[in-house]
Design a protein around this ligand. Structure first.
Ligand SMILES: [Zn+2]
Length: 69
């Protein structure tokens, strides 16, 4: 089975994004906007290792894009 993410420390495997969210604890969001069109959501594994999930731009606060019109 395909693995969505695996904790390097304890070897915990998350097969889907939903499982990853359900079994980890939200820590915070690291935003790179407007330089990159994604942010990283940081979540703690049960062993206290922080794992990152890439968030698509759609899940973020609106980012102002300069208008060239
Ligand atoms: Zn872990």
């Amino acid at each position: 089975m395909k693995i969505y993410k695996k904790c390097k420390k304890c070897g915990n495997e998350f097969h889907t994004e939903e499982e990853f969210i359900a079994k980890t604890k939200f820590v915070g969001i690291q935003s790179f906007a407007p330089y990159n069109l994604f942010s990283l959501e940081l979540r703690d594994c049960s062993c206290n290792t922080t794992l990152a999930r890439r968030l698509p731009i759609l899940n973020q606060e609106p980012v102002l894009i300069p208008s060239f019109a």
